[in-house]
Design a binder for this molecule. Sequence first.
Ligand SMILES: Nc1ncnc2c1ncn2[C@@H]1O[C@H](COP(=O)(O)OP(=O)(O)OP(=O)(O)O)[C@@H](O)[C@H]1O
Ligand SMILES: [Zn+2]
Length: 458
Amino acid sequence: MSGIRLYNTRTRQVEALVPITPGNLRMYVCGPTVYDRAHLGNARPVVVFDTLFRLLRHLHGAAHVTYVRNFTDVDDKINAKAAETGRPIREITDETIGWYHADMDALGALRPTHEPRATEFIGAMIAMIGTLIEGGHAYEAEGHVLFDVRSYPGYGQLSGRSVDDMIAGARVEVAPYKRDPMDFVLWKPSEADLPGWDSPWGRGRPGWHIECSAMAHELLGDSFDIHGGGIDLQFPHHENEVAQSCCAHPQGGFARIWMHNEMLLVDGRKMSKSLGNFFTVRDLLDQGVPGEVIRMVFLSTHYGKPMDWTRAKAQEAEAVLRRWRGLVAGIEPAPSPAPAVLDALCDDLNTAGALAALHRLATEGDVAGLLASARLMGLLEPAMGAWAEAPQVPAEVAALIERLIAARAEARRQRDFARADALRDAFAAAGVTVTDGPEGARWEATPTFDPSRLEGLG
Ligand SMILES: Nc1ncnc2c1ncn2[C@@H]1O[C@H](COP(=O)(O)OP(=O)(O)OP(=O)(O)O)[C@@H](O)[C@H]1O
Ligand SMILES: [Zn+2]
């Protein structure tokens, strides 16, 4: 086997992944800012880097791979949400992290080795900013600390632009306290009503970029193997991370390989909160699209290509997964994944090629190989298959269930609890779960579905 090759945004070529420290592969991926449900675009890097994480664990052993994905839990968008809702920040961030875990678990994403919260690493950020000031790479002005981009000759290398081009092309915030318009904030003052920590520069809070540099350094060291995130973060976020980390720890190289996933688009534009053209992962799950289907749709396009979400893609993925789940029922997985699947994944994470290889295994009847290989990609896991076992409900039975749910609601309104309870018991006997929610009751047929138990109730 040839080992993993990955496209490195920094060098603009495909390179072999050779661990910096044998037996200790390290990956950092920028995680979410936690103030709202993740939209489907936010899930793309999760699935992409989870698939890479699984491949690395397979090749190097689970104990030899460290994957860090942070939570940005100090940010002006979070402050705005707290001001708007009157809720405590910690309550908002805790709730959002809970949602994030539930939604990404549903996509079959493994939890990273470490999920640091930025607020737990403020000390490391302050120390790093201090080092940058001492080294002549940052300066204090009007309670702010700014990074001096002209002090780092490598600035712009990751995104392939010169500082002067960036100034011309980017919307940079001009502020009187900046020496250069490209200089960016490491630390900013906090008014009394905003979260703040004591620092040598007064009570304040960190800028977004220093959060990732400090957490990556604390958990992974001066140099590590892979840094990932969406291509929308390449500039300025990742360019700034490189500048901060390489200037504070010049003995290290920070990230060796930079990997960027392309965007999930809606009508040709990036799905994003600011454009308002988004739907959440939870929306799809609530509509009955299984997490495994969402994962398969992502895997069917190479991470380096833009893609969109369509109903047709979801239906196609669902049909394939249903067929494969039928084929592997009761089968033990082969001891190892098929070489063709591994080769495709090692080739710059060619997930579309790997899925094509899965199709060939299915056609050739190698179901044990299909199962082992699919599981390497986070598909056909037993825990994710409940949806595929759910029986198909004929339209007239579905209509009967809807009528009975309405009848139960009516019985409750009439305080006819005997009738309401009889209907509840009948649903249970028929293997239909009914969940009451804010938008009314939702129902689902379970594997023990037996519509005959509903006869004579309507
Ligand atoms: N449309 C998209 N397609 C793919 N990845 C995306 C998309 N939008 C955001 N991401 C990625 O999601 C991850 C989490 O980002 P974050 O929580 O900062 O959201 P965001 O970029 O602020 O989203 P938005 O732009 O909608 O506000 C990042 O790696 C980012 O690159
Ligand atoms: Zn980051």
